[in-house]
Design a protein around this ligand. Structure first.
Ligand code: SAH
Ligand code: SF4
Ligand code: F3S
Length: 442
């Protein structure tokens, strides 16, 4: 009988997409995916190393896998992804029950490794990073839903001083426009309505001189595709061409995730973020001039080494000036091996906590006030799933990435529906389903 595998995914959407690639690869080799971890012959965990907390979660899961393996010793356990890359020595030493350790550029080796391991060849490790691997000819086995993730570039060359990604994922490299477009066409014919183009640094896409805006322009020509999103861009590479192509195509969602990280110039420099406070604010202005009603979200780190209370106020000040629609907020977490981990002027834990609470509090107000501005407007919503609160209601997003709850009427998942926004509560909007159109965005 064919072996079955279970795969669990932590971390960013790049990891979600990678797990789908891995599933595609294993299916093509005859392995069966199972959602029952107890029944699996092979257990994989695709890991994240971005913050200490992310690693802690994986460590505690590994404890559980160890118990499973004690009951069923022939189980193969594999650690994949960024933590594998980052912590292979540590894992080899302290987790003898782990059979396979593979970094993000080594997934093609998976079938061979499983075979070797089944034949009791010793622990199998491959964490070599590649300058070229983009998994061009592998076909992902996608999770169900309306959205297909498509990875367009891998790695990151930005080396923000707090960040482990350039070490876990290696150098930047991009796939060809042709291969991305053909994967997108396939996803549409498989029934996906929305595509999200992925990369750790998505707008520094560069394939033999072809840039991100050219790629967006090509993907937007695909018939039958309703929406295009992308994440995450870096402010430095947010060119006017990208904004212009977003304006040109209605299909490209009117939404930009623009990670700020911090508002103070000295801290930004120490983070190696390559922009200053005022440059960030004027970039936001330019984005809003080109794309009226654009949804804007951000990432913020509080308590980076050396950040004084006064310097932290610059973060609050940028938030106040910009009014982001939403924000992912983090306490700085030291990552061994990064430049910032060498800084000694750490901010105390309770101070980080209180700064985090301040940004969360401010963001809540901004999210609500930004959402309230939408009340009365009519928005096109792509129906995604049933609302958690009622079986009569759908949940879907505006193209500016705001969640809206509305009555189903006769609409189906995957439909684009006109909804009149009637109320804004917390982070969600409520609306009235005006009509149900099975249509494509022009
Ligand atoms: N490539 C993306 C995001 C990478 S990770 C970008 O440049 O925007 C997602 C977010 O995690 C980052 O934007 C940052 O806010 C946060 N992050 C990364 N390293 C961190 C660290 N060491 N401590 C706390 N937050 C971190
Ligand atoms: Fe990390 Fe900076 Fe690269 Fe984003 S741009 S992945 S934060 S190094
Ligand atoms: Fe985590 Fe790696 Fe993504 S560290 S955030 S899984 S690139």
């Amino acid at each position: 009988m064919n072996k079955s595998y279970f795969i669990e995914t932590y971390g960013c959407q790049m990891n979600v997409a990678d797990s789908e690639l891995i599933s595609g690869l294993l299916s093509s080799e005859g392995y069966n995916k199972t959602s029952d971890i107890h029944a699996a012959d092979i257990i994989f965990v695709n890991t994240c190393a971005i913050r200490e907390h992310a690693e802690d979660k994986v460590h505690s899961r590994l404890g559980f896998y160890n118990q499973l393996k004690q009951k069923k010793p022939e189980t193969i356990i594999g650690i994949l992804g960024c933590m594998a890359q980052n912590l292979k020595e540590d894992i080899l030493e302290s987790k003898p029950f782990v059979d396979i350790i593979l970094g993000p550029d080594s997934y093609r080796k998976l079938p061979e490794m499983i075979n070797n391991r089944s034949n009791k060849i010793d622990h199998i490790v491959d964490t070599k990073l590649s300058r070229y691997e983009v998994y061009d000819n592998l076909f992902p086995s996608r999770n169900e839903g309306i959205n297909a993730w498509i990875s367009i570039m891998r790695g990151c060359d930005k080396f923000c001083t707090f960040c482990i990604v350039p070490f876990t994922r290696g150098r930047e490299r991009s796939r060809s426009i042709d291969s991305i477009v053909s994967e997108a066409v396939q996803a549409v014919s498989d029934g996906f309505h929305e595509i999200t183009l992925l990369g750790q640094n998505v707008n520094s896409y560069n394939h033999q001189g072809q840039k991100f805006h050219e790629l967006l322009d090509e993907v937007a020509q695909i018939n039958g595709l309703k929406r295009i999103r992308y994440t995450s861009p870096h402010p430095q590479d947010m060119t006017q061409e990208v904004l212009d192509v977003m304006r040109k195509h209605q299909k490209i969602c009117n939404y930009v995730h623009l990670p700020l990280q911090a508002g103070n110039d000295r801290i930004l420099k120490r983070m190696n973020r390559t922009y200053k406070k005022l440059e960030f604010i004027s970039l936001v202005k330019r984005i809003r001039e080109t794309l009226p009603n654009v949804g804007l979200s951000t990432d913020i780190i509080v308590g980076f080494p050396g950040e004084s209370k006064i310097e932290f106020n610059d973060t609050l000040d940028v938030m106040e000036k910009v009014h982001f629609d939403s924000a992912y907020t983090f306490k700085y977490s030291s990552r061994p091996g990064t430049k910032a981990s060498e800084f000694e002027d750490l901010v105390a834990e309770d101070e980080k906590q209180s700064r985090l609470e301040m940004v969360i509090e401010m963001q809540k107000k901004h999210t609500l006030s930004q959402n309230k501005k939408r009340v009365g407007s009519i928005e096109m919503i792509l129906v995604e799933k049933e609302s958690k609160r009622s079986t009569n209601h759908w949940a879907g997003r505006t193209d500016s990435n705001r969640w809206v709850i509305f009555e189903k009427n006769n609409s189906q998942i995957g439909d684009l529906v006109s909804v009149k926004i009637t109320n804004a509560k917390g982070i969600t909007l409520h609306g009235e389903n005006i009509n149900t159109k099975k249509m494509e965005a022009a």
